[in-house]
Design a protein around this ligand. Sequence first.
Ligand code: HMH
Length: 221
Amino acid sequence: EKKVGVIETWLRKHRLLFNGATRHPLILSIRDGSINIASFKSWLAQDYLFVRAFVPFVASVLIKAWKESDESGDMEVILGGVASLEDEISWFKREASKWGISLSEVVPQQANKKYCGLLESLMSPDVEYSVAITAFWAIEAVYQESFAHCIGEGSKTPEELKGTCERWGNEAFAKYCLSLQNIAERRLQKASDEELKKAEAMFLNVLEYEVDFWNMSRGNV
Ligand code: HMH
């Protein structure tokens, strides 16, 4: 018989909060085609800044994985994540130019600054690997679940937004998120009760910040 994992338990316990982050009105409006394009453009511009701050965070998780060096292959998965962020940044630049957004003029909004501040605090060597990898998984999983919903059965996502949804909603990205979940789960299995508490609180933190991030673009409706 298989023991229910730590992350699975959290997902059950915090289902409503998780759904709040992955079925946000902005995502639902992409899926049903009612999205205001100004909201989409505002999200795109803000997310470009977020992803730039996400790179050093992921690099810091890579350093933590290396320090743990237990031959479990964590480093390879995280290194792949770093590498694909280069492509992602290029994609943001192409996409922004398609929509007539000048990325050099984008000013980070409050919720974005707050979220980037959380990433920066997680880069500290004092933050345990289990906590940092939990945050990393949760951040990616929210986007995967959100955008996969926009290309699923019965979606009316506008043609010009499908590329964006595919970027995080595709099968390879789903697998990548599962790899991150497996790494996090293995670490959580070995963690102390205190670490587990911190990691669960961080999971909830990420969900809250993701909702605030989506909410930024709703101000544009
Ligand atoms: C706000 N959360 C936010 N932006 C992203 N690009 C991701 C998660 C996924 O990388």
